[in-house]
Ligand binder design. Structure first.
Ligand SMILES: [Zn+2]
Length: 403
């Protein structure tokens, strides 16, 4: 067995009595990629082991889980960002071919190799900060070949780097130009062609929708969820980001893994997702980048004991920020989350949002040995500081993989 000794371990154990599940001066034993033991140093008898790492009082937490990203895409929107700040209106930018359609164009035009090269730098930024599991969505292809290409690139990233990758088909992200004025037909295409094909090629672990006044209606999202359910694929949704649409009740009906954004969620919606065990994934980076003012209903989410995940939403339009640590800080400063809530959000609850809570997200015997040894002592530092304390060691499946 390999050991990490003299550590402060924030286990994030759901049954723990202490804040963060914090254990002082403990040793963590690993074998075959799994955690085998967590014991007080006073009871540790592993001195004869070959591999002993002295954490010297450093903090160990579960590896971070970014449960909501769009990190595979072509091009970027920096020029558009600059135009907006020079005073050009959204409407004029759209007229010049800007907005999401420009990303769709660039993603369609990129070869698989180019898309992989452009996307891996974003993935690496997350990995360097302690991410060991990441979700990656399609949704900038919006035709069969390009959607599958995005998912394929996501899978290849998971094979190339020490990280768990979960893929999500998000064909219902925006209406492609060739379907202008025919959104119901586009939904039919998703249900009858895109979804079955992604499923057949084992490229989608889940199915997502953008349920919003500027995207798809709850009725259209229901059709996508029904098609996903027929194939046995779990669902999730971008819900109540800009308006209250009732999408969260719909998601709850389908026992969705998560509803994401949820700034405009009301109490009926909170009650629905609480009853279905659906995670609320909070995305403060998009809230910040879009200069939104409506915060998610934190008090209602707490009152009804909804698990709150926290993720980057890394994407070219509304959050080109590849940092979980920044999201943790923003979760506190913008949404009033406590540092304990943010750490649970990027570990245990992020894992639940991916349906992976039995393998990752907290540290206990039997769980995957995906964890971070931090250059700090107290878990609150992870939300408090940004750019100061990074991972000292990044451990994936029991092996040290600093990237
Ligand atoms: Zn998103």
């Amino acid at each position: 067995m390999d050991w990490w000794i003299n550590a402060r371990i924030a286990t994030l154990d759901p049954d723990a009595q202490h804040a963060y599940g914090l254990l002082e001066n403990h040793a963590l034993g690993v074998a075959h990629g799994n955690i085998e033991a967590i014991v007080p140093m006073s009871e540790w008898d592993g001195g004869a082991s070959d591999n002993i790492t002295d954490a010297n009082g450093r903090l160990i937490t579960p590896g971070l889980v970014d449960c909501h990203t769009h990190l595979v895409y072509g091009g970027d929107r920096a020029a558009e960002f600059e135009m907006r700040l020079q005073g050009v209106s959204y409407a004029d930018i759209a007229k010049q071919g800007g907005g999401i359609i420009s990303t769709v164009r660039a993603t369609r035009a990129a070869s698989e190799k180019e898309l992989l090269q452009q996307s891996e730098k974003r993935l690496l930024a997350l990995l360097r900060e302690g991410v060991t599991t990441v979700e990656i969505k399609s949704g900038y292809g919006l035709d069969l070949e390009s959607e599958l290409k995005m998912l394929h690139v996501a899978r290849r990233l998971g094979q190339r780097y020490p990280v768990n990758v979960r893929t999500t088909l998000l064909a219902a992200h925006a209406l492609p130009p060739e379907y202008a004025g025919r959104s119901d037909d586009y939904i039919s295409w998703i249900c009858e062609e895109a979804l079955p094909m992604a499923h057949e090629q084992k490229l989608a672990d889940a199915v997502d929708v953008f349920c919003e006044s500027i995207a798809f209606t709850p009725e259209q999202c229901r059709r996508v969820f029904e098609a996903a359910q027929k194939l046995g694929l779990p669902v999730k949704g971008h819900m109540e980001q800009l308006t209250l649409s009732g999408g969260s009740q719909l998601a709850a009906e389908f026992k969705a893994l998560s509803v994401d954004h949820v700034e405009y969620l009301d109490e009926a919606g909170v009650q629905a997702i609480a009853a279905s065990g659906t995670v609320a994934t909070l995305l403060p980076g998009a809230f910040y980048f879009l200069r939104e003012t409506q915060r998610p209903p934190m008090d209602l989410l707490r009152k009804h004991k909804v698990a709150m995940a926290l993720a980057t939403d890394l994407n070219p339009g509304s959050c080109p920020l590849a940092s979980m640590r920044l999201m943790m800080n923003m979760g506190c400063t913008f949404f009033g989350m406590t540092p304990e809530e943010t750490l649970a959000g990027v570990t245990r609850h992020g894992a639940k949002a991916l349906g992976m809570q039995d393998r990752i997200g907290h540290l206990a015997p039997g769980m995957a040995a995906d964890f971070i040894v931090w250059d700090c002592q107290h878990p609150a530092q992870l939300s408090y500081e940004f750019g100061v304390t990074g991972p000292h060691q990044r451990v994936f499946h029991g092996e040290i993989h600093n990237v």
